[in-house]
Design a protein around this ligand. Structure first.
Ligand SMILES: [Zn+2]
Ligand SMILES: [Zn+2]
Length: 185
């Protein structure tokens, strides 16, 4: 059976990782396997930005992916970025094996607001599905409710649902069938 591996990189809230695992296994119909924690990604730290390069974390993830894991999601509490943006919630390789997800900006506390754990976990679900969706070849969707919609801020993230729209769900089903049966596209 196809496996999605999940690993913490540096500090990462255990409950959020466990919840992401459940979301991934039920949504993608695959087993998840928790790997031992990856080292704190100090190599990716950018002191000028006080953030971590998601591209470097992703590169490290590729080296550490077990050969039998179809996809790998790395989860961290560190705030992450790509050079052209002030931050990202996550980053994934389109049609590739690895994705990274940051929990940092999914918490209300990040914005000086009172904690809302249910909202935090819902955001974790949306972003976990979104990034692994990219790994299965899905691109950004124009449906405002689809979880594959690009979210560059919390308003957009909170507006969308933690589900794929019909079109994305169809593409996803095909991609999963192809990748788990070894058929050539
Ligand atoms: Zn995206
Ligand atoms: Zn969609």
């Amino acid at each position: 059976m196809a496996v999605i591996a999940v690993a913490a990189a540096g500090p990462a809230e255990e409950e959020a990782i466990a919840y992401a695992e459940v979301c991934l296994s039920t949504t993608f119909g695959m087993e998840t396997r928790r790997l031992g924690p990856f080292p704190d990604p100090e190599y990716a730290y950018d002191a000028a930005r006080n953030q971590y390069s998601s591209t470097l974390v992703l590169r490290e993830a590729l080296d550490r992916r077990p050969a039998d894991a179809l996809k790998l999601m790395v989860i961290t509490d560190h705030d992450i970025f790509i050079p052209m943006l002030s931050f990202v919630y996550g980053q994934a390789q389109l049609n590739g094996p690895a994705a990274v997800l940051s929990l940092s900006r999914l918490r209300q506390e990040f914005y000086g607001l009172p904690p809302n754990h249910a909202l935090f976990l819902l955001r974790v679900r949306k972003e976990a599905l979104h990034e692994i969706g990219h790994c299965f070849g899905l691109t950004h969707c124009s449906d405002p409710l689809c979880t594959m919609r690009l979210s560059t801020n919390l308003q957009l993230l909170d507006e969308k649902q933690a589900e794929f729209c019909g079109d994305c769900a169809t593409l996803l089903r095909d991609a999963i069938n192809t990748s788990t049966t070894g058929a050539i596209k």
